[in-house]
Design a binder for this molecule. Structure first.
Ligand SMILES: Cc1ncc(COP(=O)(O)O)c(C=O)c1O
Length: 365
C-alpha cells in the first residue's frame, strides 16, 4: 500500500491535444505560447544531440548563471528543476511531514494539493474573492500545523493576481515556521505596476521562495525546465533531495539561449498583451463573462443551463478549437482558453458567436 494520502490524490489530467476526426487543430488548452521557442533555443537544443552519451551538469551551473545575469540574482540561490512542478514537489517533500498542513486557494493550481498529499500532509483551502486569492482568508486558515502557503501569482486557471502590497501583508502575517511559495509561472506576461514576482520578498526574508518556469513565455514546455530562487538554507535543503541530474542537457542548453533572447520574450509578451485584451473584449461582447486576466489565458464563464461550458467545449472541438474544461478546479461552468495565434483567437470568437447564435461582429484588433 502506498503511504496515506497518495490514493486520495485526484490524478492531474493535462489539457487535451486532439479532436477526433478534425484535421487542423488549435491547441489552446495548456497555456503554451503561440510563438513557440526562440530559434536560438531550438538550435541550442539540437546541438546537444551530438553529446547524448554524457551526463548533464548536475548543478546546471551555466544555466543558473544565465538566469542570475538576466534577473540580477546570485546563482548560488537558484535551483533548477524538471519543470516548476518538480520544484513544487521537492519543496513539499522537504518541508511537509505527516499531519502538517499546506494552504492553497479555492481555484489554485492543482499541483499544490497533489504535492501536499503526496508528502503525507493535508491540503487546506482558503476561499477566494472574485476568483482572486484573498489574503485575509489565507491568514485565517493558518494553524500551528501550517508549514507551507502556496500562492500562484498570477493564478492558473483564473488569471487573476495579488498586488505586491497584499503579498507583503500575507508574508507579514505568517509565522516564520511557515514557508510562502510564490509560484510566478506567468510573471513575464503581467503588465501591472503593482505586481512583483517575488524576487524582492525572497531577497529580504528567510521563509519565501519563488518558482518560475521555461514552459510558458520561453516555449520550452516539452523540455521540462523550471527554477526557484530562495534563501540559502532552502536552496541547500532542496539540493539535498533533488535528483542529482534532474535537469537534462538539452533543457540546460535551450534554457540558456531562451533566457538570453530578450527580443523573443518581448515579441511574445507584446503578442499576448494585444490578444489578451482583444479576447477579453470580444468574448465579453458576446455576453459571456470573462475573468480579468493578466496571464496568457482567459477564464470564460458560461450559463449553467442552455449554452453550457460542456456544450461549448464540444462545439469548439468539432472545429478543432481545443480549450480546457476546468471542472477539476471547481469551475464546471467555465472554460479556460490560452491566448493563441491571431488566427486561432479569431476562430474561437467566431465559433463562440455561432454557438451562442449571435452575429459575429469581432473588431480587427
Ligand atoms: C501556476 C502554475 N505553476 C506551475 C506550472 C508548471 O509549470 P512547469 O511546466 O514548469 O512544470 C504551471 C503550468 O501550467 C502553472 O500554471
Amino acid at each position: 500500500m502506498p503511504r496515506p494520502g497518495v490514493l486520495a490524490i485526484q490524478p492531474y489530467v493535462p489539457g487535451k491535444s486532439s479532436a477526433p476526426g478534425v484535421a487542423r487543430i488549435h491547441k489552446l488548452s495548456s497555456n503554451e505560447t503561440p510563438l513557440g521557442p526562440s530559434p536560438k533555443a531550438i538550435a541550442a537544443y539540437q546541438s546537444v544531440a551530438a553529446h547524448l552519451q554524457d551526463y548533464p551538469d548536475g548543478a546546471a551551473t551555466k544555466l543558473r548563471e544565465a538566469i542570475g545575469r538576466a534577473f540580477g540574482l546570485d546563482p548560488a540561490r537558484i535551483v533548477c528543476g524538471a519543470g516548476s512542478d518538480d520544484l513544487l514537489n521537492l519543496l513539499a517533500r522537504a518541508y511537509l511531514a505527516d499531519g502538517d498542513e499546506a494552504i492553497h486557494t479555492t481555484h489554485g493550481f492543482l499541483v499544490y494539493p497533489i504535492a501536499t498529499l503526496g508528502a503525507g500532509a493535508k491540503p487546506v483551502v482558503a476561499a477566494e474573492k472574485n476568483h482572486t486569492a484573498d489574503v485575509d482568508a489565507m491568514l485565517g486558515a493558518v494553524t500551528e500545523r501550517t508549514r507551507i502557503v502556496f500562492l500562484a501569482n498570477p493564478n492558473n486557471p483564473t488569471g487573476t493576481y495579488v498586488p505586491f502590497d497584499e503579498v507583503k501583508r500575507l508574508h507579514r502575517g505568517l509565522p516564520l515556521r511557515t514557508l510562502l511559495v510564490l509560484d510566478a509561472a506567468y510573471a513575464e506576461y503581467v503588465r501591472r505596476n503593482d505586481y512583483e514576482s517575488g524576487i524582492e520578498l525572497v531577497a529580504t526574508s528567510e521563509n519565501v521562495v519563488m518558482c518560475r518556469t521555461f514552459s510558458k513565455v520561453h516555449g520550452l514546455a516539452a523540455l521540462r525546465l523550471g527554477w526557484m530562487y530562495g534563501p540559502a538554507h532552502m536552496v541547500d535543503a532542496v539540493n539535498r533531495i533533488r535528483g542529482p541530474f534532474n535537469v537534462n542537457s538539452a533543457a540546460i542548453a535551450a534554457g540558456i539561449a531562451a533566457i538570453e533572447d530578450v527580443g523573443h520574450v518581448e515579441r511574445s509578451t507584446a503578442h499576448n498583451a494585444k490578444w489578451l485584451a482583444w479576447l477579453t473584449e470580444e468574448i465579453g461582447k458576446l455576453g459571456l463573462a470573462v475573468t480579468p486576466s493578466v496571464a496568457n489565458f482567459v477564464l470564460i464563464h458560461f450559463p449553467h443551463t442552455g449554452a453550457t461550458a460542456a456544450q461549448a467545449d464540444k462545439f469548439l472541438s468539432t472545429r478543432g478549437l481545443i480549450l480546457r474544461q476546468v471542472g477539476a478546479y471547481g469551475l464546471p461552468h467555465a472554460l479556460r482558453m490560452s491566448v493563441g495565434t491571431e488566427q486561432a483567437n479569431r476562430l474561437v470568437v467566431a465559433a463562440l458567436a455561432e454557438f451562442l447564435g449571435r452575429p459575429a461582429t469581432a473588431s480587427h484588433g
